[in-house]
Write a protein that binds this ligand. Sequence first.
Ligand code: ZN
Length: 146
Amino acid sequence: MDLHDLYQEVIVDHNRNPRNFFAMEEANAKAEGFNPLCGDRLTLYLNVEGDTIKSASFKGQGCAISTASASLMTDMLKEKTIQEAKDLFEKFHGMVMGESSDEQGLDKLTVLAGVKAYPSRVKCATLAWHTLQAALNDDNQPVRTE
Ligand code: ZN
């Protein structure tokens, strides 16, 4: 599989130097995600105050797409309300599934739009987001993308 088109500068950068890459001690919500197709694993940590996400971080190991996606996502979530985070997930999901061309508000997340041409990579890109949903829903079952 030629992933060349996917490895844009931003993805490479976020994979090499993932942002918010640490286990957050003060997290009051967290969830684990696993993508068996690729072997991506991550734990997502959130610090939620009222209905606002004050900070987000992650730890784990995965391919460049899953790591960059988690890094970009945790950056985007700061100071977002839970509803805004859910709306962002809907838009992001629509984009990577190729179902929506509404990219307003997605900002840097649009660098991941290329995965829609690689169905097996969609799960890498959405793993962090599915894990986010589990964390927000206080779901203690680990997320599997299958
Ligand atoms: Zn992957």
